[in-house]
Design a protein around this ligand. Sequence first.
Ligand code: ZN
Length: 368
Amino acid sequence: MPDASAFSPDYIAARARFRAGALARRAHLEHHPLDALGPDGEDLSIDYARIGSSDASRIVLVTSGLHGIEGYFGSAVQAAVLEEALGDWVPPEDAALVFIHALNPWGMAWKRRVNEDNVDLNRNFLLPDEPWRGLPEGYAELDRLLHPRTPPGTFDPFLPKALWLGLRRGGTLLRATAAAGQYDRPRGLFFGGNGPSPTSVLLREQLRRWFGPARDVLHLDLHTGVGARGRLLLLTRHAPDDPEMNQLAASFGRDLLVPWLPDGPKVRGEFIPWLDHHLDVERYEGLVAEVGTVGPVRLLTALRAENRAHHHGEPEAPATEAARERLATVLNPMDPRWRKRSVLVGVRLVQRALEVHLGAVRGARASA
Ligand SMILES: [Zn+2]
């Protein structure tokens, strides 16, 4: 039974565990260094593991760490699947299970959500015709509120102001506008970058080789921070009435699914639509798998405080350290009960994906 011990304390330990787990299962393993270093000068990489044939036509893909620090959860799920949950499972002949570990290794190593250029990678995957410019409507108004130019610790009545603004403009404006992503404030929250990130460049170079002649890909991109504490949600790109929703409901349960809403915030640069565009396959289904931690106001408050401390605080100051710790409590909680539950629901999700997409999971422990 996977538990909190699947979590690693730092990036190096997480990567070592991922590699060891993959090698023990005789996976095909690749190591792709990025041009950035961790806090102790360690090299950083995106690691790829495949169990099954390189010309598999059906693939289950599980990715972690697109949002840096959230990758401790994703990495724990990948480790637990490799180390124990697969049992003696071997994929059917034309199928493969593929893991990509730490899509944003810098953010994971430095325990930030963004990469070395302050880029939110899930806003960085613009499609070929989209401009690397722009602020969502209403963002300019929020700019001063979200991005104080002072070090942490100075007087800062953020919450009352945020609540007032949120109430005045219809409740969800703050969240919706802020999280939609922006391309004009490089030190701001939800900055999508001004060009493809090193992660995006690497993926673009490897996609054809990694996915070869695959025809049918089911992708789980593991995250934390959305939804009720310890509960799993699957964010889809389908509207409530789309036929795909019925299929997903049959596979994973309708109560886990969050449909795309046509009148919701317009988010650009997301990873899943980009993969869908660039993967040359007949069918691609991508799901953002989220395990909840805290409510949206606490989450946004913590993101804002950490961004402020990173850009305006003294690196060693107690207030900077406090902001970092606060980010960890909302995206990578230490709480053993949360960890145990989250890794369990993550592992069950991967097992279910293998079952529905690749057929019977021979030898896997259904109880894990
Ligand atoms: Zn995330």
